[in-house]
Ligand binder design. Structure first.
Ligand code: ADP
Length: 262
């Protein structure tokens, strides 16, 4: 029985096709049309597997673009999907830290993939992937290079909380001759501090999974583990947690309807 989960985020669209315990995925930039990105991701996924939409029992959509997807059977919040996907990636996870392109969230779960409580920042770019993209651009680098550039460097203090002011601060630190690596390390630490403050309001996690595209950044990972007082675990599929959770929820819905739909 095939089911699909599609997570249309502000930066990337992730789609997972699930069949029993097997799953495959596609990931592509969302661009300016969430609807088109979602449709193309589904087509690509089905094309790879030689399937048609009718072959899929249930499609669950999530992410900020979920409301613009006409082909889904059900829309589910990112919080619910991330919790479910995180538990699948790391059994027993009781805290999920998700840092995506435009928002960041901390989710406390019951250790079985169900949400207990959460805190979310979707009002301000600081502490999100966008913040890191802006800073990377100011330093003439790509986000994927930040961790390497900062490896082993002592972090400088970044005092601005706002993305625009932090960008100006970075530019003036560069003008003062401060090494790029130290500036980037300071930026990584400032992201980790913001997230740790959010996590503290919820309580302590014993097993923490770090999800979202920013989990690829080893520098943020290290400071986050330090500030949370526990290792922020990352898996190679961390960026797919939301789409995976959506595919799992689609599978549950299809089971409940005994494969008749969802
Ligand atoms: P969303 O779900 O909101 O679209 P993602 O979870 O896909 O966002 O995360 C996107 C963010 O991940 C980008 O803003 C960027 O900061 C970060 N990112 C993406 N690829 C990399 C990489 N290779 N190395 C470091 N950071 C990355």
């Amino acid at each position: 029985m095939f089911t699909v989960g599609i997570d249309v985020g502000s930066s990337t669209t992730k789609a997972v096709l699930m069949n029993g315990s097997d799953w495959r995925c596609v990931i592509r930039p969302t661009g300016c049309s969430p609807r088109q990105a979602g449709s193309e991701a589904l087509e690509e996924l089905l094309g790879q597997a030689g399937l048609k939409r009718e072959d899929v029992k249930c499609v669950v959509g999530t992410g900020y673009g979920r409301i613009s997807l006409p082909f889904i059977d059900k829309a589910v919040t990112e919080i619910t999907c991330h919790a479910r996907g995180a538990h699948h990636l790391l059994q027993g996870t009781d805290m999920v830290v998700d840092i995506g392109g435009q928002d960041s969230k901390v989710i406390l779960t019951d250790g079985r993939g169900n949400v207990v409580n959460f805190a979310m920042n979707d009002k301000c770019a600081a502490g999100t992937g966008r913040f890191l993209e802006v800073i990377a651009a100011a330093l003439g680098a790509d986000v994927s290079e930040l961790a390497d550039l900062a490896r082993g460097a002592e972090p400088v203090q970044i005092s601005s909380m706002c993305t625009v002011f932090a960008e100006s601060e970075v530019i003036s630190l560069l003008a003062q001759g401060v090494e790029k690596g130290k500036i980037i390390a300071g930026i990584h630490r400032s992201v980790a501090l913001r997230i740790a403050a959010m996590a503290e309001r919820l309580g302590k996690g014993e097993l923490i999974l770090f999800t979202g595209g920013v989990a690829k950044n080893e520098g943020v990972r290290e400071y986050l583990s330090r500030e949370l007082g526990r290792k922020a675990v990352v898996t190679p599929e961390s960026q797919l947690a939301g789409a995976l959770g959506a595919a799992l929820l689609a599978r549950e819905r299809a089971w409940l309807s005994r494969g008749r739909g969802c």
